[in-house]
Design a protein. Sequence first.
Length: 116
Amino acid sequence: MRAVKLLSCIIVAVALAMQIGSSAYCDDNSVGRVLRRMEGTITEVDTFNSAIAVQWQGADLIGFNVTTFIIPDGMQFYKGTDKVDILDISIGDPVTIEYYVDSSGTPKMVRMDINQ
């Protein structure tokens, strides 16, 4: 069963990595979880705690919210077709994030597109 999950992750990661401007990551913990999607702007990059904070507009279209996402080990980031390091990500970069919420309520990033 674990081999099937791992193969599924590899297939998904390869398919996502082939899309221009995207970053893909898949781990056993994300398999079978409900993925959510959010668009926003980076407000903080915390390399020490492996986290990125993103500001996004709420459903009421009036206020803004900030959500901090945990960056999983092995995450790769791309701007367009260029692979970039986490240190190359800037506050104010527009992003689209796919994530899931783990059992402790922590949002964990699965994919992040840095929109140009």
